[in-house]
Design a protein around this ligand. Sequence first.
Ligand SMILES: Cc1cc2nc3c(=O)[nH]c(=O)nc-3n(C[C@H](O)[C@H](O)[C@H](O)COP(=O)(O)O)c2cc1C
Length: 374
Amino acid sequence: MTHSLFQPFTFPSGNELQNHIFMAPITSQSALYDGRVSTEMVEFYRRRARNTGAIIIESTFVQDNGRGYPGAVGVDHDNKIPGLRRLAKAIQAEGAKAILQIFHAGRMAPPMYNQGQQPVAPSPVAPLQDMGDIPGKKTLTPRELTAEEVDEMIEAFGQATRRAIDAGFDGIEIHGANTFLIQQFYSPHSNRRMDRWGGSRDERAHFPLAVTRKVQEVVAEEACEDFIVGYRFSPEEIEEPGIRFEDTMYLLNKLAEEDLDYFHVSLAYYKATSLVDTTDTQPLIEKYRQVQSDRLAQIPLIGVGGIVHRADAEAALAAGYDAIAVGKAFIATPDWPKVIANSDDADWMIEPDQAEDLKIPETLWDDLSLMIRE
Ligand SMILES: Cc1cc2nc3c(=O)[nH]c(=O)nc-3n(C[C@H](O)[C@H](O)[C@H](O)COP(=O)(O)O)c2cc1C
């Protein structure tokens, strides 16, 4: 199949984008103290919405104890709807579709951003990686969610979807990647449960499937026929035991039965090879295309990671992705689609005096030191 980056892109639900370009979710750390949308956040996204197919808004917490970062934005309560509506409208007025990424950080939720609460997770197993700004950089052992709390969590993803629809979003992305709660349920490292949410690989798939079905149930109830529902996944994790690529394909082949509009890989490089088996030289995208089920093959796959220049975007489509998402280059080059339409080169480095013109929130700016030219 050949694609052209600048041709319209149609989802299985029928919704259409002006091109094949997504802005990848970027945590802007700029919400108000209680997780409502700020004006600074609206301006960050508005500045990137012209000529862009869709913007995937950063990870947005579905419960108040699920924040992964400072300045996190929430969709956990109806009081978040007016701000989210303002955000969706600003993006849509520039011509892009607005997709909200919904998540819970689970065992990666630092207490200092969650009213001092102990993180919750499928099982009381501490993560291998630290959680960022925890004093002493220690990992914490989370509290195991009760069976009732698991049901409430699934419900929270449903309520988040209802609020996203109410706020006028064109879609949501279920954040099943980057070691957060949904991935934690699928992982044999973080999920040691003995109830119906844990056990074999098939049983560990129950939670991601239940969240996806709940989201689809709400979309059907709200009669939003062309509402976009996507799912982001990390192909592997380094933990032992941990999710391996074959496990991911098993989950995706199952999720593919749930009428999703797209899958979105989370990778640092679109042609990445295995993290776990470093002797394997075959790019994961090639493996994906080899083992996908017929149903999975019908669902668009978005590639990401290290796409900066037009040649990168074209190479990603040629490598087997159906559309592309761009993160860092979109931070540095807000008019990225226009820039690469007119030239082969874009930039992912920022000049020190550009913060204002690029509408980069101050808190995010502090995190971008590697991207700022000396
Ligand atoms: C500052 C920053 C914030 C990010 N926030 C999120 C996020 O909220 N949700 C998510 O799924 N990925 C997040 N990512 C990952 C990006 O979506 C993307 O996958 C990654 O940056 C690789 O693409 P790139 O090379 O084009 O930047 C973030 C990345 C960066 C650099």
